[in-house]
Every structure is written in C-alpha cells, then in structure tokens.
Design a binder for this molecule. Structure first.
Ligand code: NOJ
Length: 538
C-alpha cells in the first residue's frame, strides 16, 4: 500500500457540500483508458479536463472496488482496493490528487448493507459451517418446514419488480439472507465487528483524501433480530428505516468529522419526516432527493415536491439535494419524453413510446430549474450530453434486476451505456479497441462531447453555462413569485430569478429583468415558450 495521499489542497470551506454540483462517475462506462472494453481510472484521469470544464465541485464514484460485478460493483469483495479492471489503489490516489488540483473533490461509494459472496468474511462463513461465529456476521438461519426446506421468512426482494427469493439455501442446510442478489449476502449490523470494520473502511478512504462518502442502501442495514414475517408482523418494519440505524450513523459522523468528511445517504423513504431524521445534527449531512427525481413534469407536482423538500430539511438544518437521474433510473430526456413522466421502477417496460425532442426540451428546462434551487445538485455522467436511455438487446443485458424480474423489467443497463466522447472514432471515442461491455446504440456518436463542445446550442453548452452562472442565485432562500397556472417562478435572496413554463401558452418574462440564460429560444415576442426555463437577473 502506498503512502496516503496528502490532505486536499482546498481553501477551507467546511460548507462546500451545502451548495455543490456533484457529478456521478460510473467508472465502467465513463472512458476506457486501456482499450479493453471497460471504463477505468486511466480513462477518468484523461477526461478530468472535461469535468473541470463543466465546473463541477466534486465527483462521486460508484464502487470501484474488486468485485465479481454481479451487481455492477455493488457486490464488493474488498473495500480497501480497486478492481483490476479499473486500475490500482495507487491510481485511485493519483486520481484523487489530480482532481483536487483542479479544485474537484472526491466522494467514494460505500456499500454497508451487504458484501460480495467472494468477500473473505462470507467465504469464511461458508467454510466454517452452521452455528459458527463466522456466520454471525451475516444472517444465517435454519429453514422452516419439516426438513427446513422453506425459507426462514417472507421478505420481498429489494429489486423492485423482482419475485426472486431473498434467501438462499446452502448444501449444509442453512439459509442466508440477501435483500438483493444471492451474490450479495446481507451483513448483520447488530454485530460489533461489522460496525468496527466499516468505521475502519471510512477512515481508510478519508486518509486517502476523499471528501465524502455516498452510503448505499442506507436505510436497510438494521434488521429486526427475530427476522419476523412481514405479512403478519406489527410494529416497526423489520428491515427498512429501523431506529437502530441512527446510532450507527452517529458513530459514522464522529469518524467523518475528524476528517471534515461528508455523507450523502441513499435513503428511499416515502415519509418526509422519517427521511429527515437521517439528516439531524450529528447524523448524515445530506441524502438523495428521490421525491424530486421521481416527480412527473407537472408544475403543480414539481412545486409541491420542492416545497415538501425544503420544509422537511429546514427543521434539521440540512441542505436539500436535487437529483434528476442516476445509474439506477431512466435517463431524464427519455423519461420526460414519455406519456408518464414520473419515474417508478414498477412501470419500467420494454418499448415505451418516447418523443426525444420533447424530452430533451424538458430536460434542458429541468436542468435550469434544479441548478437554481437552494442546496446541492447531482449530475449523472452523460446527463450533460443529453444522452437518452438506450434499449439494450435482450441477449446483451447484464443487470440482475432484469433477470430477477423473470425478464419483465428491462433493467438498468440502458442508462449505463459507455459514453460518447469523439464522434469520428470507433465506439464514439469511448476508448475501446473492441466492442465495449455494453453496446452503444446507433447514432450514439451524435451525442459525442467533442461535437457538443463546438455547438453553443448543445446540452453540454447549456450545462457549462448554467454551472458557471449558478452563483448568481447566492445561497439565500427561495421565494415563489406570482405566476400563471403551469408556470414556476421563484427568486432567491439576492434577486436572481428562475422561471419555468410548463404550460402551452407562452409567458411574458417579468418587466425590467435581464435574461441571463434560457434553456431554449424565446418566441418572436420575447416570451418564454412551453417547456422552457429562463434565469433572470433582477
Ligand atoms: C443501490 C444502488 O444504487 C444499486 O445500483 C444497487 O443495485 C443496490 N443499491 C444494491 O447495492
């Protein structure tokens, strides 16, 4: 192991995360530095100028650890190393340092709910047999039924739409719990060694100069020790959002505070009050705003989602986050181009009709909306290029979500297609000598970054301009302004305004306001057309 990377060379700004623009890198699909068909850290390092040019404050890397890739790296075999396909730990340290020189912080992704079945702890548990202390680190149980042939309880899979079981039986008769795939056994968070290990892992990455940690499946770690059936159980949910989690995160916070590190939790919870509990002082700094991500393109619904978000964060003093997509959900331009513009895992289907022109217009407006709101903003790689969701040929699908739904769910590969960088090169400049791990659809090169770089009307140009201009909103609160039905209009404390027209009728921009940036052209009368947003200096 090399020497830890020296501490970040940023000016002291302990509050950077309250208003940051954070870019998610899914390494496998970002850029291929060694040409083998899989993205890697060399590819990211070579493309750092693109990220600096975009103006982002931080990069969140989906898991880069050694993994059998049964769930795209969310099946971690070693939390203190880098998968050989992506590079080495020394290279990760270089990347963290190089990004930091460009003023970009690094956030790593920790997966605490489960490990890979190839993790040494699980292998030891398998070898040690029923009743062993090694098995206490997981949830092993005898089965039910006369011969133990039935799973220990009725819990449903956490892959939406999946009917696949969450228990797998071993030849020695024991069953083990895995809320996701059988290759992702759940850890037993009531065991002190599990807590100790994860706090050490946090320190390991903070020591290497990372500024933050994204916590995967953050509301699922704690389980009711009795593992009761869900159907007949009353009282707190046996594995979602249990109160014990808060103690775990308070300990994590103490670790992070020693390094000025920050957390962003993946907390999917419908209850706003329960969600906000994770953001109380001394717990997580931020959590992803899935209510906003799932919200349909509808002025009333968006305004309600924004109001609820701000109201739920205010009492705990945490900043909101604004997220339109990530590596698990339908890409924004596609979602907004469909009849149903909400995101819901349950309604994903093959062959949904999509108007990409409409979706792109709305996605451009949504970009200006989210970048004008108070809090931090997450961008998912390719969002700045306006990439659509790809339909992956069934025989090339790799995502377990597809297989665990018996093929009904198209899975999440459609938003994980290797990025197009250079229009004239093989595989749109992704860097591979051979076909990349997921196929790029026809026409992918038309989205290439080099083309968009030269086109002032491109999605990339819009994102670059918006990220650069965003400081005009300052860090003050949001005030809604009077506006016709279907129009969202607000100002921020220092006077900059954002107007988004979702209604069919064009709207006049407020008098005496200077348009700073628009997501599309104004009409001949200088009005803001449907599905268009404007930023205005008062
Ligand atoms: C959430 C991650 O974002 C997703 O990709 C993964 O499949 C599950 N957690 C399980 O780790």
């Amino acid at each position: 192991m090399g020497q830890p990377t020296p501490a970040r060379n940023f000016p002291t700004d302990g509050n950077w995360w309250r208003s940051a623009v954070i870019y998610q890198v899914y390494v496998r699909s970002f850029a291929d530095g060694d040409g083998d068909g899989t993205g890697d850290l060399a590819g990211v390092r070579a493309r750092l100028p693109h990220l600096a040019g975009l103006g982002v404050d931080a990069l969140w890397f989906s898991p880069w650890y050694p993994s059998p890739m049964k769930d795209g790296g969310y099946d971690v075999a070693d939390y203190r190393a880098v998968d050989r396909a992506f590079g080495t730990l020394a290279e990760a340290e270089k990347l963290i340092a190089e990004a930091s020189e460009l003023g970009i912080r690094t956030i790593v992704d920790i997966v605490p709910n489960h490990v890979s079945d190839q993790h040494p702890w699980f292998r030891a548990a398998l070898a040690a047999g029923p009743g062993s202390p090694e098995r206490e680190l997981f949830h092993f149980r005898p089965g039910r039924g006369a011969r133990g042939e039935l799973p220990p309880n009725d819990w449903p899979s956490q892959f939406a739409g999946s009917t696949a079981p969450v228990w797998t039986r071993l030849p020695d008769g024991d069953w083990y719990l895995h809320l996701f795939t059988p290759e992702q056994p759940d850890l037993n968070w009531a065991h002190p060694a599990v807590r100790q290990e994860h706090e050490d892992i946090l320190r390991f990455w903070f020591e290497r100069g990372v500024a933050g940690v994204r916590i995967d499946s953050a509301a699922l770690l704690a389980k009711d020790p009795d593992l009761p059936d869900l159907a007949t159980h009353s009282g707190p949910h046996p594995f979602v959002d249990r109160d014990e989690l808060h103690d775990i995160y308070r300990s994590w916070r103490a670790v992070a505070d020693a390094y000025d590190g920050v957390f962003v939790g993946e907390v999917w919870l419908p209850d706003a009050e329960r969600f906000a509990r994770y953001l109380r002082p001394g717990e997580l700094h931020t959590a992803f705003n899935f209510a906003f991500l799932s919200c349909p393109w509808d002025a009333g619904r968006l305004r309600a989602a924004i109001d609820t978000t701000l109201a739920e964060h205010a009492p705990v003093g945490a900043p909101a986050t604004w997220v339109l997509c990530n590596h698990d959900v339908t890409r924004t331009v596609t979602r907004y181009g469909r009849e149903d513009t909400a995101f819901d895992f349950a309604t994903k289907a093959f062959g949904t009709p999509t108007d990409l022109e409409l979706g792109t217009r709305r996605a451009r407006a949504a970009a200006l909306l989210s970048l004008a709101l108070p809090g931090s903003v997450y961008l998912y790689q390719g969002e700045e290029l306006g990439l659509p969701e790809a339909e992956i040929p069934v025989e090339r699908i790799q995502d377990p979500m597809h297989f665990r739904s018996q093929g009904a769910d198209p899975g999440r590969d459609g938003c994980r297609v290797p990025l197009p960088w250079t229009a004239g090169e093989p595989y749109a400049g992704f860097g591979s000598r051979e076909e990349p791990w997921l196929p790029q659809p026809a026409g992918w090169a038309s989205y290439a970054a080099d083309r968009q770089q030269r086109d002032p009307s491109s999605m990339l140009a819009l994102y670059r301009a918006a990220v650069a201009a965003r400081p005009v909103f300052g860090d003050g609160p949001l005030t809604w302004l009077p506006a016709p039905d279907g129009v969202l209009a607000f100002s921020r404390a220092d006077g900059a305004r954002c107007v988004v027209n979702l209604a069919p009728t064009p709207v006049d921009l407020p008098a005496h306001s200077e348009p700073l940036l628009t997501s599309g052209p104004l009409d001949d009368a200088g009005r803001l057309p449907q599905d268009t947003a404007a930023w205005l200096r008062a």
